[in-house]
Write a protein that binds this ligand. Structure first.
Ligand SMILES: *Cc1c(COP(=O)(O)O)cnc(C)c1O
Length: 388
């Protein structure tokens, strides 16, 4: 069955009695029992509201089906999903390997809280080969955290190859699958232990709710995550789960339009003299194109744009001129967004050398020709800020 159908079919299953298409929002801490003896009967389903209601169950099942997971857990943000995946796997004395292009709050977690817990990390070059990464493994290495493509600079990683090397070396493999939204790439099918994603992005799709998903490749891994979530007492409101589920049903059709719009804008940007490089693996000119084509079934609409010459100030003059692109963090909603990434690059272990400032664009669902008209104004402002 096609994925678009799979995400929707459960909504129309024949009901016992008339019911709305979507599960209800059930708010509740206490779950009432018929008889006192039922209080200790585990077979009657969840005993406490914290275990979630029908909307949580439906959301988790659809996400697990999409990621090919033994089980998927839904948590309050994408960063919580990354944190829990790591916390479930490491102990004091362990080391985590990340890419220098990892989502920077994931790195901050390792720099601060994980350090306090006795867990160290090393960041490798975003273009390190599987050979070079495997050469970093020591007997303390517990987790390889992958992100493909990487944050801000969009380098692809050879996840299937890296997962195989992790398995050989007894290292756990975790993939931050947010760019692919769990739809365009399937890390668990390649044997990864855990795939996480920020549901706040494309799955929710409307810039109105935070959420994260932790998809586990095996039942044993799912038990580990379940225990951690239970121990920490984590919970997601049914209202938030409901919004995430609503977004999920239309994810494939939205992503297809995002990709088409992004391709239109990327092709135009590439031909502009103010643009040095468009960092988007779906472009045939990208050094990452072959890996993307081999492993992914489509592209998200988040890309980097390296401008020629100029500096952060001239890039900000460009952003200030844009009328259709919102200026703000996060992405994956229906709206186009732009940010300047220079400050984030400077925080890396080895800040990359670029021809000029790095802009990040999220291409939304507007008519892409209108976005191009907006960017034309923006690039004119960039030119005058650069010379003036
Ligand atoms: C946004 C993002 C996250 C975190 O998601 P939040 O819901 O904002 O916490 C994690 N990883 C990547 C790659 C992201 O882009």
């Amino acid at each position: 069955m096609d994925e678009r159908t799979r995400l929707i079919r459960s909504a129309t299953r024949r009901p016992e009695a008339r019911r709305p298409v979507n599960p209800p929002i059930e708010r509740g801490t206490t779950l009432l029992n018929r008889r006192a003896a039922d209080l200790r009967d585990e077979n009657l389903g969840p005993v406490y509201g914290i275990d979630g209601a029908s909307v949580h169950v439906e959301l988790r099942q659809r996400l697990a089906e999409m990621e090919g997971a033994a089980d998927t857990f839904v948590v309050s943000t994408g960063l919580v999903a990354v944190s829990l995946a790591l916390l479930a796997l490491v102990s004091s004395g362990d080391e985590v390997l990340i890419s220098d292009a990892s989502y920077w709050p994931s790195r901050r977690l390792l720099q601060r809280t994980m350090k306090r817990l006795g867990v160290t990390f090393r960041a490798h070059h975003p273009r390190a080969t599987p050979d070079e990464i495997a050469a970093l493994f020591t007997d303390r290495t517990r987790v390889l955290l992958m992100e493909s493509p990487g944050t801000a600079t969009f380098e692809m990683q050879d996840v299937p190859d890296l997962v195989a090397r992790c398995r050989d070396a007894g290292v756990h493999s975790v993939v931050d699958n947010t760019w692919a939204a769990g739809l365009l790439f399937k890390p668990l099918a390649h044997g990864a232990d855990i795939s996480v994603q920020a549901l706040s992005k494309y799955v929710s799709g409307h810039s109105d709710v935070f959420g994260g998903a932790i998809s586990c490749g095996s039942a044993a891994m799912a038990r580990r995550l379940h225990e951690l979530i239970e121990d920490l007492g984590l919970y997601v409101s049914p209202d938030d789960a409901w919004l995430m589920l609503r977004g999920l049903r239309t994810l494939p059709v939205r992503l297809a339009q995002h990709e088409a719009n992004a391709r239109h804008v990327a092709d135009w940007l590439r031909a502009r003299p103010e643009v040095s490089e468009v960092l988007w693996p779906a472009l045939a000119s990208s050094p990452d194109h072959a890996l993307w084509q081999r492993d992914f079934t489509g592209a998200a609409s988040l890309m980097g744009v390296v401008l020629n010459d100029g500096d952060t100030r001239s890039a900000e003059a460009m952003l200030d001129t844009l009328e259709l692109f919102g200026l703000g963090f996060s992405w994956g909603g229906y709206e186009s967004l732009a940010t300047c990434e220079d400050a984030q690059l400077a925080a890396r272990s080895r800040p990359p050398q670029m021809a000029g400032p790095l802009i990040r664009l999220h291409i939304g669902l507007e008519n892409p020709d209108d976005l191009i008209a907006d960017l034309t104004r923006g690039l004119a402002a960039y030119r005058s800020a650069k010379t003036g």
